[in-house]
Design a protein around this ligand. Structure first.
Ligand code: ADP
Ligand code: MG
Length: 622
């Protein structure tokens, strides 16, 4: 093209495209849902802008918020068009040439070693999946603020952009034309496209149309030779029929004789989805399968793993909203890596079915950022800016309710997990239902346990609720996970405190001299082996009126009547020890009943750092 400007792809994009072009990955279907998802995003954006400025939508067809799919079998072109926000020339260069999202190189690396492209949408590079099926792609786009442009690339390291002087004006929006590879012929089949839309895009909130062929019956003259002549006479006779009723029957019969019915192909826009807003429906009428499918489309993860739990509810009162929350089966790869500098919430916010944003940090606290879902509120105003919405007082109420519901959902996950209960004698009919839920909480804990701990640290008002969700191993748990409630139910008579110890691993802790005496006396001790546990225990002071006692710290009280006598008789020795160890090394030397085999042990003062904490702090400053 004479007026084309050439650009190089960012190196990382180029690398990704190479992998996509050369991949033997069999599930190439994913490109369609990525394009539809982009079209839907673009429509969401223009609809949002139109809330405060109706003019923006334009007039006539341009104002129609829909997605259209069209096929050109001869030229082997599949095109997807939307009337969304469109892209300016600058947008085209930036959005379809560089990668904005971090973590993409991790994805690229994974793909190089034969990973699953299914997750491509999560990494913000879904568009490039078009090269799974096309060897040449044109993106025609028109944004309200710019002229119409064509972006094109053959995935050869570069792309070109030209002002569009060839195609018909789009009004506004984007049309993606895929020149399909020979081996991607199946995507020229309407049935295939219908199947894919049904499978992957059923929850898209805009109508998706396919320019679909339809066989219709048409009458043609029976005898080819007389065709044009007969046609005219029969038409004219039918217009006169009203006046000559008596002759009608005869006329009709005559016509039938001379005509026959044949199939002819015509085209029309066929609606492929029913725009289910699942969250507006009554939860009782939504099946598990529907929730699961909805989760997959939200998560942009169409693997076979299902969400661990979900909660679908309506909040009433001052602030009305509907919401669905999901616990994903797996933590995202960077959940804790970038905990303090990524966005908090993965919830989509809608106001009266209009998508507003998925970057509203005000909806959930950071420690619940692993949840997926959406909120649709009737109370929030529609015609204000995002910034003003962000400060709306209702958001606080929404957030509070969402946290409650989220914690309830997680608690229920534990309650329904047979592995969690001590109740062994359940009826048989409950068994099969049980098996599905068996081990689910352990799975949750494995993936998101750290979030619960961060919650205890960060959210004082829900500390108790979160503490109930804690799981850990203990000196008596036999490799199984235990809760605080279970620990308390097993406490010895007269035991006042909850005993715990921190360290790097269970194996290390099991050998600790601090446990000798406690083990002998049959006390259970909680093992905390995650670095975050040290911080956790600075916030978790008590639970159900019981104090936490670190058994490696001063203050451990095990009842023993001989204590006083012993203290007296060894007074001189402890004095000597204290003077022998310089006073800036130890605070005190005491007789203790916490040991049984080891002769002595170094104990941390009540408010001092445990040895484990010293270790953690050291590793952080080094
Ligand atoms: P993501 O959708 O996760 O941002 P993609 O690779 O799918 O990643 O798309 C990259 C970007 O290209 C989008 O963020 C968007 O800005 C732009 N884009 C893609 N398709 C369209 C479209 N149909 N209309 C407007 N912009 C689009
Ligand atoms: Mg996308």
């Amino acid at each position: 093209r004479s007026n084309a400007e050439k650009f190089e792809f960012q190196a990382e994009v180029s690398r990704l495209m190479d992998i996509i072009v050369n991949s033997l990955y069999s599930n190439k279907d994913i490109f369609l849902r990525e394009l539809i998802s982009n079209a839907s995003d673009a429509l969401d954006k223009i609809r949002f802008l139109a809330l405060t400025d109706k003019e923006i939508l334009g007039e006539g067809d341009t104002a129609k918020l829909e997605i259209q799919i069209k096929l050109d079998k001869e030229k082997k072109i599949l095109s997807i068009r939307d009337r969304g926000i469109g892209m300016t020339k600058e947008d085209l260069i930036k959005n379809l040439g560089t990668i904005a999202k971090s973590g993409t190189s991790a994805f690229v690396e994974k793909m190089q070693t034969g990973g699953d492209f299914n997750l491509i949408g999560q990494f913000g590079v879904g568009f490039y999946s078009v090269y799974l099926v096309a060897d040449y792609v044109e993106v025609i786009s028109k944004h309200n603020d710019d002229k119409q442009y064509v972006w094109e690339s053959k995935a050869d390291g570069s792309f070109a952009i030209s002002e569009d002087v060839w195609n018909e004006p789009l009004g506004r929006g984007t049309e993606i034309r895929l020149h399909l590879r020979d081996e991607a012929g199946e995507y020229l089949e309407e049935s295939k496209l219908k199947e894919l839309v049904k499978k992957y895009s059923e929850f898209i909130n805009f109508p998706i149309y396919l320019w679909a062929s339809k066989e219709v019956d048409v009458e043609v003259p029976a005898d080819e030779d007389e065709s044009s002549d007969e046609d005219e006479t029969s038409e004219s006779s039918s217009s006169e029929e009203g006046e000559e009723d008596a002759e009608k029957g005869e006329d009709e019969a005559e016509k039938k004789l001379k005509k026959k019915t044949v199939k002819e192909t015509t085209y029309e826009w066929e609606l492929l989805n029913d725009m289910k807003a699942i969250w507006l429906r009554n939860p009782k009428e939504v099946t598990d399968e529907e929730y699961t499918k909805f989760y997959h489309s939200l998560a942009k993860d169409f693997g076979d793993e299902n969400p661990l739990a979900w909660s679908h509810f309506t909040a009433e009162g001052d602030v009305e909203f509907k919401a669905i929350l999901f616990v994903p089966p797996k933590a995202p790869h960077d959940l804790y890596e970038s905990y303090y500098n990524t966005k908090k919430s993965n919830l989509k916010l809608y106001v009266r079915r209009v998508f507003i944003s998925d970057e509203f940090d005000e909806l959930l606290p950071k420690y619940l950022s692993f949840l997926l879902g959406l909120v649709d509120s009737d109370t929030l105003p529609l015609n204000v800016s995002r910034e003003m919405l962000q400060q709306h007082s209702s958001l606080k109420t929404i957030k509070k309710k969402l946290i409650r519901k989220a914690l309830d959902m997680i608690r229920k996950l534990a309650e329904e997990d047979p592995d969690e209960s001590n109740d062994k004698d359940k009826k048989d009919e409950e068994k099969s239902d049980e098996d599905e839920k068996r081990g689910q909480y352990a799975k949750f804990w494995n993936e998101f346990g750290k979030s619960v701990k961060l919650g205890i640290i960060e959210d004082a008002s829900n500390r108790n609720r979160l503490s109930k969700l804690l799981r850990f191993e203990t000196s008596k748990s036999d490799g199984k996970l235990t809760s605080l409630d279970q620990y308390i139910s097993r406490m010895k008579k007269g035991q006042k405190d909850i005993f715990y110890i921190t360290g790097t691993s269970k194996e290390q802790l099991e050998k600790s001299p601090f446990l000798e005496r406690l083990n002998k006396k049959n006390y259970e001790v909680i093992f905390f082996t995650d670095p975050v546990d040290e911080y956790l225990m600075q916030y978790l002071m008590d639970y159900e009126d019981k104090k936490f006692q670190n058994v490696s710290k001063e203050g451990l009280k095990l009842k023993d009547s001989k204590d006083k006598d012993l203290k007296e008789s060894f007074k001189e020795l402890t004095k000597w020890w204290k003077s022998a160890l310089a006073s800036d090394n130890v605070d005190d030397v005491k007789i203790s009943n916490r040991l049984s085999d080891s002769p002595c042990v170094v104990v941390t003062s009540k408010y001092g750092w445990s040895a484990n904490m010293e270790r953690i702090m050291q590793s952080q400053t080094l």
